[in-house]
Design a protein around this ligand. Sequence first.
Ligand code: FUB
Length: 442
Amino acid sequence: MRSIALITLLQIATHLAAQNPIITSQYTADPTARVFNGKIYLYPSHDILATPGHGRPGWFCMEDYHVFSTSDLVHWSDHGVIVSQDKTPWVKPDSYSMWAPECVDRNGKYYFYFPSTPRDSSHGRGFTIGVAIADNPAGPFIPQDEPIKGVHGIDPNVFIDKDGQAYLYYAEGNIYVAKLKTNMLELASEPAIVQNLPAKGLKEGPFLFERNGIYYLTYPHVRNRTECLEYATGTNPLGPFTIRGVIMDESPTCWTNHQSIVQYNDQWYLFYHHDDLSPHFDKARSVRIDSLFFNADGSIQKVTPTLRGVGITRATGYIEPDRYSRISNTGVSIDFLDSLRPYRGWKTIFAGDNAWVQYNSVDFGNHPLDHTLARISSTSDATLEIHADSLYGPVLAEIRIPAGEGWRIITTPLAHFLPGIHHLFIRSKTTQAVEIDWLRFE
Ligand code: FUB
């Protein structure tokens, strides 16, 4: 039943794999992004909903991991399940506790680290961390028979320094660090608590990276009500670290957040998660990406979460105005297309003259395009204008929508063709309610 539902999800979601959240075919959380062989690979947790006898209702529920990859940050391929609770010898097969994972490469092998509940109580109570190894970033991964000895905790993160020394970070109330042996499977030092991090409020999800000789230890921290993303810096992977500030403020609706930071094609990106597909249950999360910038002194500029996310959208692809870059203060709102099937995506509802949304970075290419297609619903006559570059920039198309029932595809000739990349502004020219699902150019 679950696999039939998943196939349906994948089919429905084929044109939605862009903007935030980046994956709409399943829930994804705790993203670790890595660059391998010129592509970004994403290793997230895979939230599912507990059902009677399968997982704890109202709590995190995960039975396996998928891996995804992209080369343009817009189109993501799902490479399928790489590790699951029922095929990992040391994991309690009905624990549904495959929490935040990690993957690193060393000497042509890929080491996938994941926390879970051991089946054998000799490993202690609670979570421990195991490893699965592959020859390729998308697997197949072979899990080790036993977890790493001497580790109790969640949220593994592995950093290999320039001198070849690997470090394992993980969380158990505090954040711990230990050296790893070169086999990447055993500790080379006793785990130690990373000092000088906030004393009050839960800390978890460590992710360490190095830039220009500065080691950045990033971590979710509950400083107030929910987790914000913070960071500390040092000149050694073992610390000491100095708390530097907040990367992303807390969300009012999603209690957890969890980050990784990666540079790809000269741009830094923050991968994190939110509750986009499940706004009323924050244990079913979805991965997002936004651009991240450094100041000249190496400090990180705070990232404002966006729906537009990152990447260039092709004009001939599906442009989803509901994943806007900016939106007018009044006269426009966003809602699910079908609140019972959130994975079908969202729509933009215009209900005021001059209400607008801005959608950045659409690539029109160099070959003239002739018309726009828009999936629209309106029971009254209405008009939407598509402008390029600013709210009052060149009108690309004036979409006149005759009153009608249900969703329709409206075709409109282009008034102008502008080659290259442009920000789009979609502006309502009437007060009647008009809904738009997507728009594209041919
Ligand atoms: O996904 C389960 C837990 O939620 C992770 O291990 C934490 O980092 C938090 O995101």
